[in-house]
Ligand binder design. Structure first.
Ligand code: KIV
Length: 263
């Protein structure tokens, strides 16, 4: 996948789209060798890589560093970078500086949360030639307004709001929308009403694709995992075992062996 047009084509053909996050060069290299369609350099980097409790600590500078590292090894995969907290809520010039920094760092598209109140920014970014991925539902940058990481759209009013927002993002020209933590039935309805592809996370099977955080996929997240996470690898255990083996080899003088030494 190398263009936003592929997202539209995949939806038209009924082919599901897989997206995973990456934040550094070694993980981008692994994703590049896989069949996964696209990479998101998400603001979850603030939590997963930097240990912050929320994504509010992500900055444009932080995302630029991660985007550069990912783009160097993305091997032709489509790279989308997140616009971090408030970076697109300070007016069009500030938003465009952030977009420019991410795109010149190697992103081919940007993702931003919400739509209400920044429709002009979204339109301006798209009219400047930069594809935009929308993101509605549980938008983690609004965690304090939601009172925690909660499923969104469970009652009629909230569901109607999400439907309206999804249509607004489509009308503004977004190429795709992430639906995060919304009831599966609502996500399927939004998906069937829109011509652009929806990418779900905690949104059931009825979306056009799925996105997961790489560290969740690989079991490297260490803490409590939300119910939508499927771990495909027990990475934490495998890495701990490897480190313990290395530790005992060092302490019991089994490492390095002669063939690992120079004469
Ligand atoms: O920042 C991120 O990684 C995300 C996805 C998990 C949707 O926004």
């Amino acid at each position: 996948m190398d263009a936003v047009h592929d997202f539209a084509r995949f939806k038209a053909e009924g082919r599901k789209i897989s997206v995973v996050t990456a934040y550094d060069t070694w993980s981008a290299r692994i994703v590049a060798r896989s069949n996964v369609d696209a990479i998101l350099v998400g603001d979850f980097a603030a939590m997963v890589i930097h240990g912050h409790p929320t994504t509010l600590a992500a900055t444009v500078r932080m995302l630029v560093v991660h985007t550069r590292a990912v783009a160097r090894s993305a091997g032709g995969k489509f790279v989308i970078a997140d616009l971090p907290f408030l970076s697109f809520r300070k007016g069009i010039p500030a938003a465009m500086r952030a977009v420019g920094a991410l795109v010149t760092s190697g992103a081919q598209a940007v993702k931003l949360e919400g739509v209400d109140g920044h429709e002009d920014v979204i339109k301006h970014i798209i009219e400047s030639g930069v594809p935009v991925m929308g993101h509605i539902g549980l938008t983690p940058q609004s965690v304090n307004q939601f009172g925690g990481f909660r499923v969104q759209g469970r009652n009629g009013v909230d569901a109607a709001k999400l439907l309206r927002q999804a249509h607004a993002l489509q009308d503004l020209g977004c190429f795709s929308i992430v639906l995060e933590c919304v009831p599966a039935e609502l996500a399927a309805r939004i998906t069937s009403e829109l011509s652009l592809p929806t990418i779900g996370i905690g949104a059931g099977l009825g979306t056009d694709g799925q996105i997961l955080v790489l560290h969740d996929v690989c079991g490297l997240d260490m803490g409590h995992a939300p119910r939508f996470v499927r771990r495909y690898l027990d990475g934490e255990r495998l890495m701990t075992n490897a480190l313990n083996e290395y530790d005992s080899d060092v302490k019991e003088t089994r490492f390095p062996a002669p063939e690992e030494s120079y004469s």
